[in-house]
Design a binder for this molecule. Structure first.
Ligand code: AMP
Ligand code: GLY
Length: 454
């Protein structure tokens, strides 16, 4: 029930006057102004979910997209310009900042808020810089995994001065060879090759020719793990954790999982092969040691942990950590979360996540990404999207769609994520396809086989 209509004076004003913002942060029994950073389908889904909460007074999205513009207030700014974020937060009396993508976290936005007297009472959802290295550096993540005995592929890391040792290490491995640029490389930093000589050449390209710029001054080479992938999403307040529904993402551009890697072409939740037995292995062997490891290593973490897993035989192994939600996984995970997400975020800020009981919708959810023709290589932007008003029984989350001259136009590779519920994931996927057929933009492409392997 919404106790205070939007736009009414915030009930926290009196509280603030009497007790000040420190106490407000502790008790938070009030509605809030929230700033969400990011502009993808993940952020549209986060905005959609947070606006279902009676605790949200005003929601600002920076920079947002056409989807968030329809439900919240978009503010055009560079989210890596922390002073611009600060000005907005002060101007709009923001109580909580929710960080969608990894870049501001790896660059230390949470620490920036904590270190500023005017900002430090504002809750930030997302890990501090030291913990965000779990995504910001593959070598850091591997060291963390090994230190805490969390199952993962064997690895070694190399730089330009140890490249000869890198060649020797490759010779000890069986193909395929997995090479990972250490730093953030916009999802493109992992290269998997079957041929030893090609792997050596690639190693040289990364280390010596700076193929991924500064991100590949170090390269992690690891054992190839065969198996089927899935993702596990965890919320933590730094002390306690809650596990969200699993999801499976379809990363390749082509049907049958062929062609180039993308940010994700579709997703389903729950993952049918994640049986209770398998989920309990994930929790015991991976989630618990991860949370304990963060505590032991004093890595401050309040936010989402996205654990990329591979089912190798009957055992889960970690492929990667991300310090944010996945996109398009968010577009299937959040629709299945019954809780008030803002209340959950407040519990994270207050380190009372243990008091929250996570409730999940029994229905399955599926999402299918509609992308610009040519993606993930060159593609055109600015194409008008038509038919959105015809969508029924699905949620078209906007990813790279912006408003221009009153029209919704494409602004990037992954344009829209069509999410649907179903009693089975098959039913959900079908609904998404039925609605996609009502939409049009020039050179629109989508995979017609999401869920094909299940
Ligand atoms: P990442 O950017 O770390 O998610 O890696 C991109 C993709 O590369 C993953 O989704 C996997 O499909 C694949 N991958 C990464 N590491 C391995 C590995 N050790 N064995 C097999 N596949 C891997
Ligand atoms: N869909 C994969 C990711 O968000 O990294």
């Amino acid at each position: 029930m919404r106790t205070f209509a939007k736009g009414n004076q915030r009930p926290s004003v009196l509280f603030e006057l009497v007790y000040g913002r420190v106490l407000q942060l502790k008790f938070f029994n009030t509605t809030m102004n929230i700033l969400l950073l990011g502009s993808g389908g993940r952020e549209h889904a986060l905005a959609w979910k947070m606006l279902q909460s009676s605790k949200t007074t005003k929601l600002f999205v920076a920079p947002g997209n056409a989807g968030t513009a329809a439900i919240a207030t978009n503010v055009p700014l560079d989210i890596l310009d922390f002073n611009a974020v600060k000005n907005l937060a002060l101007q709009e009396k923001i109580d909580m900042v929710v960080v969608g993508p990894e870049d501001p976290l790896v660059a230390g936005i949470h620490d920036f808020f904590l270190n500023d007297d005017l900002l430090k009472q504002i809750a930030v959802i997302g890990p501090q810089k030291a913990a965000a290295q779990l995504e910001g550096s593959k070598e850091f993540a591997k060291q963390f995994l090994i230190r805490h005995q969390i199952p993962t592929a064997a690895y070694q890391s190399f730089n330009a001065s140890t490249i000869e040792k890198g060649y020797q290490f490759l010779e000890t491995l069986k193909p395929p060879y997995v090479l990972k640029a250490d730093g953030l490389a916009a999802g493109k930093g992992v290269v998997i090759l079957n041929d030893l000589n090609e792997a050596k050449t690639e190693l040289k390209r990364m280390l010596v020719d700076a193929k991924f710029g500064a991100a590949s001054t170090k390269v992690v080479i690891e054992e190839f793990l065969a198996g089927i992938e899935l993702s596990c999403f965890v919320l933590t307040d730094g002390k306690h954790y809650k596990i969200l529904p699993t999801a499976k993402d379809y990363k390749r551009i082509g049907e049958g999982d062929t062609g180039l890697n993308t940010g994700g072409m579709g997703a389903i939740s729950p993952v049918p092969f994640a049986t209770p037995e398998f989920l309990s292995k994930i929790e015991e062997r991976i989630v618990k040691p991860t949370i304990n490891g963060l505590l032991k290593d004093q890595l401050p973490y309040k936010g989402f942990i996205f654990i990329g897993l591979i089912k190798s035989g009957s055992d889960p192994k970690v492929i990667e950590y991300n310090v944010r939600m996945g996109d398009p996984e968010t577009e299937v995970v959040l629709p299945r979360l019954k809780n008030d997400l803002v209340a959950v975020f407040q519990a994270i800020a207050n380190q009372t996540l243990n008091e929250i009981n996570i409730e999940i919708d029994d229905r399955a959810a599926a999402t299918v990404m509609m992308v610009s023709g040519g993606y993930p290589e060159d593609y055109e932007k600015g194409k008008e999207i038509t038919g959105l008003e015809l969508v029924t029984d699905s949620i078209p989350f906007h990813a790279a769609a912006i408003l221009k001259d009153g029209k919704v136009v494409t602004s990037g590779g992954r344009v829209l994520a069509m999410t649907s519920y179903g009693n089975t994931y098959d039913e959900a996927i079908k609904k998404s396809y039925q609605n996609i057929e009502k939409l049009h933009f020039d050179k629109m492409y989508y995979r017609k086989d999401i869920g094909f392997d299940l």
